[in-house]
Design a protein around this ligand. Structure first.
Ligand code: ZN
Length: 342
């Protein structure tokens, strides 16, 4: 009897260890980003009056012009996989300090939150508190901020399409849709006090964020979803295109996503965002999402093909370095309209 128990224990133990080893091995399989590194946009020193963007992982993107600074999401804590699956989450003060230092961010006018999942909204209030910003987002995002004790007078709740002015930037939040993975959907109906489970950070509605500046316009599409026709009549020179979970979608879905977002705004350049493994820390080089979680390789091949077929430039952002998102686009446009010599 005791011997049978020992055998069962050994077999179960071996199975668990084997399963763990298999999982660990599969989580190490990630796509190569070599082809994308060739598409890196060059760093450009900040200059007053000229927009710069800095990519800080997932869809955390700084847009600033030396006078005004806007940050999308402001997610820096990036808790590890076990913490996300089994534990509770809180903003991590050290990770936030590291993220802000990496982006050379001291003062912000606004933190613009694309939706309330934890990989977007977890740190938004703490980042806004440290930088003097207002938090802009859905009613659910407002409840994430309230749960952190963030002052009510610095919360801007957005429902329908809404236009806000910050210095020379005009920001329009347009209701959009999340990529359909079905996790943590619905609203956050009450202030969400951390620590809270990952799934308590419900989506609360998604936004496309259009940032217009006299020097160019930028659409930040944090999640790979859309509402039919929602971007019709809008223009953006550059789209920062959320590709998270897009590798799990079929060709027809990707085609419609491209049409409803990239074609709809007439963009000349597309830059993928939300491609990194956000259970890993914010260090160079950022790890791409494991193949087991999402087929990023398939997404990038699709985008390469689309770029070749349409002439829309596919570009890549370095981690944290300031980049002129519109650099070289003006020249391209000028070339396209140059008259043919008689
Ligand atoms: Zn999400």
């Amino acid at each position: 009897m005791r011997r049978a128990l020992l055998v069962v224990t050994l077999v179960l133990g071996a199975a668990l260890a084997g399963g763990g080893a298999w999982l660990a091995w599969r989580l190490h399989e990630r796509p190569s980003l070599e082809a994308m590194r060739a598409r890196l946009l060059p760093a450009a020193a900040p200059r007053t009056g000229e927009p710069r963007v800095r990519f800080l992982g997932v869809s955390t993107v700084l847009v600033e012009d030396g006078r005004t600074a806007l940050l999308v999401d402001g997610f820096f804590s990036r808790p590890g996989l076990l913490q996300v699956l089994l534990g509770k989450l809180s903003p991590d003060p050290d990770a936030i300090a590291h993220g802000l230092a990496l982006g050379e961010i001291e003062r912000l006018d606004a933190v613009l939150v694309a939706h309330s999942h934890y990989d977007h909204a977890l740190d938004s209030a703490e980042v806004a508190r440290r930088t003097g910003a207002v938090v802009v987002g859905s009613a659910s995002t407002a409840n994430v901020a309230r749960g952190s004790g963030f002052p009510e007078e610095r919360i801007r709740v957005v429902e329908g399409p809404s236009e806000l002015a910050f210095g020379d930037f005009r920001v329009t939040l347009l209701p959009s849709r999340h990529v359909p993975h079905g996790m943590a959907m619905g609203e956050i109906a009450e202030p969400l006090v951390p620590p809270a489970r990952a799934l308590d950070y419900r989506e609360g509605g998604s936004f496309s964020i259009l940032v217009e500046h006299p020097r160019g316009s930028l659409l930040i599409q944090a999640s790979a979803g859309w509402i039919d026709g929602a971007l019709a009549g809008r223009h953006a020179d550059v789209v920062l295109l959320g590709v998270g979970a897009l590798g799990a979608m079929d060709e027809a879905y990707r085609e419609t996503y491209w049409r409803e977002v990239v074609d709809a705004v007439g963009a000349a350049r597309v830059v993928p965002i939300h491609w990194d493994d956000f259970t890993e820390p914010l260090v160079e080089p950022l790890a791409p999402v494991p193949d087991l979680v999402d087929d990023l390789g398939a997404t990038l091949s699709y985008l390469e093909g689309k770029s070749r077929a349409t002439g829309v430039e596919l570009a890549w952002l370095p981690l944290a370095a300031p980049v002129d998102p519109f650099g070289s686009l003006v020249a391209r446009r000028a070339r396209r309209v140059a008259p043919i010599a008689p």
